[in-house]
Design a protein around this ligand. Structure first.
Ligand code: RIB
Ligand code: CA
Length: 367
């Protein structure tokens, strides 16, 4: 009789524990779903844009509603085709791609194919995605989606689409939940001139309008600029590590970054390549990955310093902040975040990573 009672009690215990486990699992899943931040990625793929899209699609905290393309690294149609290649790699061809502006607001369009290769994807010359229907009118998609859902925007290219959105419907711009922009520089030197970063240099009028509108609407733009992104250096060792852990993902990353590594050796005399855009995505998912300060920021639209972000860190202009200027990051934490999401591995499974990541002191950030 006693053993029968014990057996029943044990079965009840196991049942309850199973229930508790499933409740925990449900709670975690629900937490993930509730915590998921809806976002539109506006970009100019582009090698680092492509890595950023891969990261966004690997993050539980992020729900990508669509990808809008702007003229930048690549001409708009080329960028859209490259975005589709990335979606195919990630098995996410369900995500819509919208082509946007083909020229800057005022300046002549200057691409960055010298950095990203003739195909805009590191001269990997991947086959185009067949039977994929690209949408047009990125600005209307931005307007309708922002107004109808509670969503954010991560801008990884020149801000021409966002400027056109402001001109079309400033209330839609005001309704953006969170705006994270890879662009600009506070103390770090530029990459298109001594003081200007490409995204804001390529269309300074658009960047200026976006920052002016943010000031007028009393909203903040999270500026992930060269001060932090220059600390994020993807090296051949890290790519090799990625390949060892997941040959499919690693081979794709290797294929699209080889040209970028050559470019960095030739022009920046460094082994490795600065991957700017993925840091903006990682920061969007986890703000603790970067730190900085609030300030009023304006963008120069003419003259020798065209495209420069003038960050009023000392409050000379006595204007309200319109930006969060990110200046500090932790490359080890970033690459742990990046690789763990890309590979779907727990951070403690990436045991070699911390020794492989170059620390800021080893990276010329403000030289
Ligand atoms: O200056 C770096 C930025 O310009 C990155 O977003 C890169 O992809 C290019 O768009
Ligand atoms: Ca970009």
């Amino acid at each position: 009789f006693k053993s029968a009672v014990f057996a029943v009690v044990f079965e009840v215990f196991k049942f309850v524990r199973r229930q508790r486990f499933f409740c925990w699992l449900l709670h975690k899943r629900k937490e993930q779903l509730i915590m998921r931040k809806k976002v539109i990625i506006d970009c100019d793929p582009g090698i680092d844009d492509s890595l950023a899209i891969m990261l966004a699609l690997s993050c539980d905290q992020i729900e990508v509603l669509g990808i809008t393309i702007v003229c930048g690294n690549s001409p708009t149609e080329m960028g859209a085709g490259n975005a589709a290649k990335v979606l195919r790699q990630m098995n996410r061809l369900d995500i819509p791609i919208f082509t946007g502006e083909r020229t800057p607001l005022k300046r002549d369009y200057v691409n960055a194919l010298d950095t990203h290769g003739a195909d805009g994807l590191g001269e990997s010359f991947l086959d185009p995605v067949e039977n994929f229907s690209f949408h047009t009118d990125a600005v209307s998609f931005l307007e309708e989606t922002i107004l109808n859902t509670h969503c954010s925007v991560i801008a990884l290219g020149p801000m021409t689409n966002l400027a056109r959105l402001i001109q079309k419907n400033p209330a839609a711009f005001a309704a953006i939940d969170e705006l994270v922009s890879m662009g600009g520089a506070f103390k770090s030197h530029g990459n298109c001139s001594p003081v200007a970063e490409y995204n804001y240099w390529a269309d300074p009028d658009a960047a200026a309008l976006v920052y002016e509108t943010a000031a007028r609407q009393k909203r903040l733009i999270h500026m992930v600029g060269l001060d932090v992104t220059r600390q994020i250096v993807l090296t051949p060792d890290l790519i090799s590590y990625l390949k060892r852990l997941d040959s499919k993902t690693g081979s794709f990353v290797e294929a699209i970054t080889k040209f970028y590594l050559d470019f960095h050796w030739e022009w920046e005399h460094m082994i490795g390549c600065v991957i700017n855009d993925p840091l903006a995505v990682a920061y969007f998912a986890d703000h603790s990955l970067c730190s900085g300060f609030d300030a009023y920021t304006a963008v120069e639209t003419g003259g020798i310093s065209i495209g420069q972000t003038v960050v009023d860190s000392m409050n000379f202009y006595k204007k309200e902040s319109n930006s969060v200027v990110l200046t500090q990051t932790d490359p080890v934490r970033f690459f742990t975040f990046f690789f763990s999401r890309l590979l779907n591995k727990a951070p403690d499974e990436l045991d070699l990573l911390s020794d492989m990541v170059r620390s800021p002191k080893q990276v010329r950030v403000n030289s």
